[in-house]
Design a protein around this ligand. Structure first.
Ligand code: ADP
Ligand code: GLC
Length: 489
């Protein structure tokens, strides 16, 4: 199958969150499974700079009349085959400061409807033969940024265009791409598309709803989240539509790219390590002491090091970490956080670090190398999310033996097994799981982590379970291929 994967980000070129990790890993996994995968990306500066051998493919007209170019090249990744990649050449839309979605003062760009409609539009053009040398059988669109692709394809098909299967993956239902209705005329969709059975949402235009309504197949990034988004509590207003389409909705758990996240080969670590326990794990202790020194923490091998690598937003439940910090410190733990996001959270964590610099380290910003070092050094990875479609940091925590402490929600529930006596005995336990989104529940999970840490042989056993948990892309790729086949059927 020829599969075109459409997303706004792709690791290692451009990343603001887990979407990029998945967009970078899935094409490789599909190629490894014998499929022909290509990527389509907006021409953000980091993407134009990172895609090799970019050459013009074609020109096309946007729905609002402007002409743009499409170029193609490849993303080169060490130890993997290159990913053939199309880039939309539109500097007027994409060559801007700030992140892909917002300006430097964190305001969404006023023409985001055009910037991302163009992504879906270009995908649909490719499906209709824009590149004479390659036409996809499947267009796989990720998140609201690419969500108009299935809508364009559905209307092209009704107009007698070629049959291209469409798959839409929700990485986070909370970000929907909602725009004022008067922009509809710029999107190049026929009037019936702006309907309750279409992308109309409370009088507004919802890109997310367009993807959910028009795609042949829907997926999201964990089985539990696939169920949760069908409920009013977590459906973000779209649960009705998701229930209606539940026959085409599957939850496919994200995996971990072993080339990027592997403690035995990770170049960011001072010393590699691997399970089983014993001398193979000496590297982890060394990672911890070097990082403690680097961050100005007390160099104490016996102090359990709790880490956070996260966007600082409401989703991630970090006020629980703030609320539980006194307990954590009173029991002799240390906290090292790396993140950026909402101002009040950044400030609150900064203050805690200033008050106790030998036990709390806070790095505000985005730092890929430090992220790896934190997983390498950490004993516990904190992910107490309010909601979590999949979550990757708990999976990195598992793989690096930095045991996840998570709330039982979304993909966190699907990937971490609590240290109950029975799951310790059976060898299934891999971390600490709490249920209610409350300080008291979080605190109890923290205390369980300290209690286990005090029992070194048990700790090592659970850490071995965690590090051995399979998280390979082969399984996920096979499930996606199955979904593509259904989209074509
Ligand atoms: P989300 O996509 O909701 O942010 P995930 O857990 O799926 O959450 O993915 C987050 C990704 O972003 C992980 O690869 C994580 O390591 C990375 N990340 C988050 N914040 C930072 C940061 N401040 N510096 C470096 N990497 C970060
Ligand atoms: C989203 C979700 C996160 C998920 C990631 C990759 O950003 O918030 O839970 O892991 O996408 O699918």
């Amino acid at each position: 199958m020829r599969i075109l994967q459409v997303s706004a980000e792709l690791f290692p070129l451009l990343k603001t969150g887990g979407l990029a990790d998945i967009a970078g890993a899935l094409p490789l996994a599909l190629m490894a499974a014998g499929q022909e995968a290509r990527a389509l990306l907006p021409g953000f500066p980091a993407i134009v700079a990172g895609v090799r051998d970019l050459a013009p493919v074609a020109e096309f007209t946007a729905p609002w009349g402007e002409r743009f170019g499409l170029r193609a090249g490849h993303v080169a990744i060490a130890g993997a085959p290159p990913i053939p990649t199309y880039v939309i050449d539109a500097p007027a839309l994409y060559d801007r400061p700030g992140n892909p979605y917002e300006d430097t003062s964190r305001q969404p760009y006023g023409d985001n409807h055009r910037r991302f409609a163009l992504l879906g539009w270009a995908a649909a053009q490719l499906a209709q033969g824009l590149d004479p040398g390659w036409r996809p059988d499947i267009v796989h669109a990720h998140d609201w940024h690419a969500a108009l692709a299935p809508a364009y394809l559905a209307f092209a098909r009704r107009a007698g265009g070629p049959r291209t299967g469409s798959v839409f993956t929700v990485h986070n239902l909370a970000y929907q791409g909602v725009f004022a209705p008067w922009h509809f005329a710029e999107l190049g969709l026929p009037a019936p598309a702006f309907h309750m059975n279409g992308l109309e949402y409370h009088g507004q235009i919802s890109f997310m709803k367009g993807g959910l309504y028009f795609a042949d197949q829907l997926t999201t990034v964990s089985p539990t989240y696939a169920l949760e988004i069908q409920t009013p509590e977590q459906g973000c207003g779209l649960d009705g539509l998701l229930r209606q389409r539940s026959n085409v909705l599957s939850g496919i758990l994200n995996a971990v790219d072993d080339q990027v996240w592997n403690p035995s080969t990770d170049a960011a670590l001072v010393q590699g390590y691997q399970a089983p326990e014993g001398r193979h794990m000496a590297g982890k202790a060394r990672c911890k002491s070097v990082l403690q020194r680097q961050l100005g923490l007390a160099e104490r091998p016996d102090a359990p090091l709790f880490i956070v690598v996260s966007r600082l937003t409401e989703q991630k439940g970090l006020h629980l970490v703030l609320g539980g910090l006194d307990t954590l410190l009173a029991q002799g733990g240390q906290l090292a956080l790396l993140g950026s996001g909402e101002g009040w959270l950044e400030e609150a964590f900064r203050q805690r670090a200033a008050a106790a610099p030998a036990s709390v380290s806070v790095t505000i910003g985005y730092d890929e190398t430090l992220a790896h070092q934190l997983f390498g050094a950490g004993d516990v990875t904190l992910v107490p999310s309010l909601f979590e479609p999949c979550g990757l940091t708990q999976m990195y925590g598992l793989k690096y033996g930095s045991l996840p402490l998570v709330r039982r929600v979304g993909g966190l529930a699907d990937t971490v097994v609590d240290c109950t006596l029975e799951d310790m005995a059976s060898g299934a336990a891999t971390g600490f799981v709490f249920d209610r989104f409350e300080d008291a529940d979080y605190d109890r999970a923290l205390r369980r982590a300290f209690a286990l840490y005090a029992r070194a042989p048990d700790w090592r056993r659970v850490r071995g379970n965690a590090m051995r948990r399979p998280a390979d892309w082969g399984t996920a790729a096979a499930q996606y291929i199955d979904v593509y086949q259904r989209a074509l059927a």
